[in-house]
Design a protein. Structure first.
Length: 131
């Protein structure tokens, strides 16, 4: 059974898909129209969009290779949310314009913080059942 056949897995992949689309649209607009206003924040928005795309694809695939990619992507995402979240609080001048991960994803209801944690928990439980 592939991961995407599990109910929680499908929901997780769907949320990553929605975030991939919304973050990509936002990043494209910001990079093309407003990059000079906040290059760091808008570059981070583009990075987060790429992370969401890769996570959605990796979580929807089966196999050891995709599992490793998904795990690495989720860890990178969690690290990014924590680092950018912390920096946006202690050095707000770096983030005059918010990114998806600013203030731990407050602009998105903290879903950017919760999503990789939930993804890692789901992967662990799925792997435990398969072994």
């Amino acid at each position: 059974m592939s991961k995407s056949n599990l109910g929680v897995g499908r929901l997780l992949i769907a949320v990553y898909g929605v975030f991939a689309l919304s973050a990509s649209a936002r990043a494209i607009y910001q990079l093309l129209r407003r990059f000079d206003e906040a290059p760091l924040a808008y570059s981070l928005s583009a990075i987060s969009a790429l992370v969401y795309i890769l996570a959605a694809v990796a979580l929807s695939r089966s196999g050891v290779r995709w599992q490793k990619i998904a795990f690495g992507t989720l860890l990178f995402e969690l690290s990014g949310v924590l680092l950018v979240g912390f920096l946006s609080l202690v050095a707000p001048d770096l983030f005059a314009h918010p990114s998806v991960w600013s203030q731990f994803g407050i602009g998105y209801g903290f879903i950017p913080l919760a999503l990789p944690i939930l993804g890692l928990i789901w992967m662990r439980r799925t792997n435990a059942r398969n072994n």
